[in-house]
Design a protein around this ligand. Structure first.
Ligand SMILES: [Zn+2]
Length: 916
């Protein structure tokens, strides 16, 4: 045979295919250790089994002292940043960008990697993508010219969820490898793609988790003696940082700002949960407003990664059957919402860096997976979407995790580098199609009429749209369209703009496409309903020709009309009324209990009466409130508004929904003590507090009372020099055990001694199940019932109750909170303040199966017990910074805690007859 020639050929082929050309010296120790840490030969790939050594360019080990994937090593944020900065100062292929600071003051950092030439000209490429992101005025020929010169930015985010510890480690090794490795593949990636990566998507949570890991978890030997994670990741909202649809959290706002500055066509969020690697391909239900191109791109990438990895013999790589494309509220959706492509992995992890024996089965497919094969799926079974399943019993290590994720990510970059122009062209076409869709498909605009009673909630909504880059205009004259006429100054969101599709997705009613399908998260988020602001859908195309002036940020200037020593602050439902009360906490406030007139101004019940002062006027103006000064107070019944001594109770094991309420109260400057079982155990709650608020948490009454099961030894959450991120937002020598029955007795005593207990959502099981409210029962819907966060209608039964100050409608849109189905005895029916309409017509947006089950069920109850009151919300009036229209019910319940009317005292109205 022609041996010689064949050898020559195969050497050439080898040189092209291999990732480790002999020309580049390799780190031999890395090769040896990584092989040792990889628990099975098939958990490795030729892309990551080696690491080049390049003089002058620091590898992660050179800076950190250990290799990525080393057992029991997790890196703090400052060290991660130190590594990226060292790499950037050593390599002309790497550049870092500061991207703001977090709630706790840590730095958000983004690293860019490409060839020297591209890095030198980054602004040029940034400009190309910006031009394609807003293609208005760009003709097709010019677009083609730009596309031919542009390069896609591929942005990775990792560490959004702090217990998912692998991605921020892996990204450092990836950065180094991309910067230094010599091979045709890496040359091609550097030449054709601008890779970017965030240091850590939630830096605060990262540091807290690493402290917790070093303090408690590092000694864990196996899956069975799992210790729970820390009580907090970031400052407020834990895992929901991936549900922050309105970008309430500072860190998420930083990433959004970076995104809108650079327009990466691909954003890839790296998570951990599923064995061994799940790659998202956007299964049904899909949001039909997003571009069809996106739904072709997602499986294209996922299938390529699977092809490569199964080719390497790596088992357990799969797609489909997990997360769907319905809710736009995940962090990575900022990309697809802005005509890019969001991508997502779930790689198998051990919630730390310990090597552990793991058993895979149905239970591993946890989470709230959707559709066929999602929940309860047997991960070790071969399926069309999982051609090479993983073994059932395995030992899993941090290095395995790194190998899988890095191999997949490099496969994705390989594909991108082979088709960079396709990716950029898709980005352009999606952007162009979005503008076009707004010119050809109704609705053509949304109008927020000027002159709404409370413009502060309109401003809230408009400014959230602006934050996302959506253009909003102010009509310069009266607007006449077939839907009606709207006064000059009305706000118009036209759809013929690059983010017109996003505007539609956020503002429209969610018509769930297939009620037989489950969804991974919320089924509804309609902003107008959530904030109870008037938003009109406009199908008259002439609206596109209406003259508008661009709105940058909508600021509502408050006004004080008239003159006189007494100022009536109009209660028009603004959440800022609570802020005003607390900003002037040393000043006497009264609230009128019945509507009144001041000249030609209406003063609805709940309006404040305050002595006139320059300070008051300044705050009213700043807070966008309306007020009338007058000679003397109107002659109607009133009560003093004296803020209560307020406590908010949190379990240690379920702080997330509490975190949203903390965020809401902090935002509106309502002070409170955050208390835990430790304070409850001390007893005598009434001596310190007038109101105790228990936000939704714990899943059930038992979950709240008994919380984290004891582990036979205390688990402390205490700050120390060694663990500086622990013990924040509360401290405990032992977070296990819960308040227990003794704690319930203290809450009961508190109410009987005249305290007000307010429970939200799931927490409303507590007073019912543990008998603090004897006559209220709480139950759960049937298994047929399924309601992933729809918006439903509720009827106000006792509009005179202070909880409804500022609400002028008798039916209100409220978010279904998964709270209890409450019931009261017939004689206590008058304690029900609001009830759910139920039935099909009671569902205003999103999905609820079996909606008759909530028909006429109480939504809010105020029931006197002993000398106090218990207010049970089956709703959650402070949900994920979304339902700002409901927030005032909570603020009112707090502010007017000492003025609840007695039920059945003649002021109440009879319950309306059943609506269906
Ligand atoms: Zn996650």
């Amino acid at each position: 045979m022609k041996t010689v020639r064949l050898i020559g050929l195969s050497l050439l082929a080898l040189a092209a295919a291999t990732q480790t050309p002999k020309s580049q010296p390799q780190d031999e120790e890395f090769g040896r250790l990584v092989k040792e840490w990889t628990t099975r030969a098939e958990f490795m790939s030729p892309l990551v089994d080696h690491l080049p050594k390049v003089p002058g360019v620091p590898s992660p080990k050179d800076v950190l002292g250990y290799y990525i994937g080393a057992p029991k090593k997790l890196t703090h944020v400052a060290d991660i940043n130190r590594y990226y900065r060292a790499l950037a100062s050593a390599s002309p292929r790497v550049k870092v960008f500061a991207a703001g600071t977090t709630d706790e003051g840590r730095e958000c950092l983004v690293t860019a990697i490409a060839d020297e030439d591209t890095i030198r000209n980054l602004d040029l490429y940034k400009g190309y993508l910006a031009r394609l992101a807003d293609p208005r005025g760009l003709n097709e020929a010019d677009a083609r010219t730009i596309i031919a010169q542009a390069k896609p930015i591929y942005l990775f985010t990792g560490g959004l969820h702090s217990s998912e510890t692998g991605p921020p480690e892996m990204l450092m090794e990836l950065a180094y490898r991309l910067a230094v490795e010599d091979s045709p593949l890496f040359d091609q990636i550097r030449k054709n793609v601008i890779v970017m990566m965030v240091n850590v998507a939630d830096p605060d949570g990262r540091d807290r988790y690493v402290d917790w890991y070093n303090r408690h978890l590092i000694v864990q030997e196996n899956e069975q003696d799992r210790i729970p994670g820390p009580p907090y990741w970031g400052k407020y909202i834990f895992h929901d940082n991936n549900r922050d649809i309105n970008y309430s959290q500072q860190t998420m706002r930083n990433w959004l700002a970076f995104y809108l500055q650079w327009h990466p066509p691909i954003m890839h969020d790296l998570h951990e949960s599923q064995p061994l690697l799940y790659t998202f391909s956007g299964q049904a239900p899909q949001n039909p407003t997003l571009d069809p191109i996106l739904y072709a791109e997602l499986p294209w990438f996922a299938e390529f990664e699977m092809t490569k990895m199964i080719g390497y013999g790596m088992p357990g790589v799969w797609t489909h059957a997990f997360v769907d494309m319905w809710s736009p509220g995940y962090l990575g959706f900022m990309s697809s919402n802005h005509n890019g492509m969001l991508r997502m992995y779930e790689t198998f992890g051990n919630a730390g860096a310990n090597t552990m024996k793991r058993t895979l089965g149905g239970a591993e497919a946890g989470g709230r997976g959707a559709g066929a094969g999602g929940r309860g799926d047997n991960m070790t079974q071969r399926e069309w979407y999982r051609p090479l399943p993983p073994p059932r019993d395995l030992v899993w290590s941090m290095r395995n995790n790194t190998n899988y994720m890095e191999t997949a990510v490099l496969s994705a970059l390989e594909l991108t580098s082979k088709f960079p122009q396709t990716v950029v062209q898709d980005f352009y076409e999606k952007s162009r199609n979005s503008v076009k869709a707004g010119e050809t498909e109704a609705p053509f605009a949304y109008i927020l009429p000027a002159g709404q009673a409370d413009m502060t909630r309109v401003a809230f909504l408009v400014n959230l749209l602006r934050l996302q880059g959506i253009e909003v205009g102010r009509a310069t004259a009266e607007v006449k369209v077939k839907e009606g006429s709207f006064p000059a100054g009305s706000l118009i969101v036209k759809r013929n703009q690059p983010y017109g599709r996003l505007a539609k997705i956020l503002l429209e009613k969610q018509n769930y496409p297939d009620p037989s399908l489950n969804t991974y998260d919320d089924s509804a988020w309609t902003m107008g309903l959530m904030s109870q602001a008037d938003v009109r859908e406009i199908g008259d195309k002439s609206v596109l020709d209406v003259k508008t002036q661009p709105v940058d940020k909508l600021e509502i200037q408050g006004t004080v009309k008239g003159d006189g020593p007494v100022v009536a602050v109009v209660d028009n439902g603004s959440n800022n009324l609570a802020t005003l009360r607390y900003r002037l906490k040393d000043v006497k406030f009264d609230a009128i209990e019945k509507a009144a007139k001041a000249g030609d101004s209406d003063l609805p019940a709940g309006s404040f009466l305050v002595e006139n002062s320059p300070r008051l006027r300044t705050e009213i103006e700043k807070l966008g409130l309306q007020a009338v000064a007058m000679a003397q107070a109107p002659a109607v019944p009133k009560h003093a508004v004296t803020p209560p001594r307020l406590a908010m109770f949190s379990t240690w094991g379920s702080t997330q929904d509490v975190g949203w309420v903390r965020y809401g109260l902090d935002h509106f400057e309502v002070p409170y003590d955050l208390i835990y079982k430790e304070r409850i155990a001390k007893g005598n709650l009434r001596a310190d507090y007038d109101v105790i608020l228990i936000p939704s948490q714990g899943g059930s009454a038992k979950g709240i009372v008994f919380d984290i099961a004891p582990r036979g030894k205390p688990i402390s959450y205490v700050r120390s020099p060694e663990y500086p991120s622990l013990g924040m937002y509360g401290e405990s020598d032992d977070i296990t055990g819960g308040m227990g029955i003794a704690g319930v007795a203290e809450l009961d005593k508190f109410v009987n001694q005249g305290g007000v207990l307010i429970t939200l959502g799931v927490a409303s099981f507590l007073p019912a199940d543990f008998g603090i409210t004897r006559s209220v029962d709480a139950s759960r819907p049937t298994p047929q019932f399924y309601a992933p966060g729809p918006i439903v209608e509720a009827q106000v039964l006792r509009p005179e109750h202070p909880i409804f100050y500022g609400y002028s409608q008798t039916t209100l849109p409220v978010r279904w909170a998964g709270g209890p189905l409450l019931r009261v005895g017939t004689e206590d029916r008058r304690t029900v303040l609001m009830q759910f309409t139920g039935g099909e017509k009671g569902v205003l947006s999103g999905l609820m199966r079996s909606p008759t089950e909530i028909h006429n069920r109480p939504a809010v109850i105020d029931i006197p017990e002993g000398a106090g009151h218990v207010v049970l919300f089956a709703t959650n009036p402070c949900y994920r910074w979304q339902n700002l229209g409901e927030f005032n019910m909570l603020a009112n319940a707090i502010l007017h805690y000492n003025a609840y009317p007695k039920p059945g005292n003649g002021k109440t109205q009879p319950a309306p007859t059943a609506a269906q």
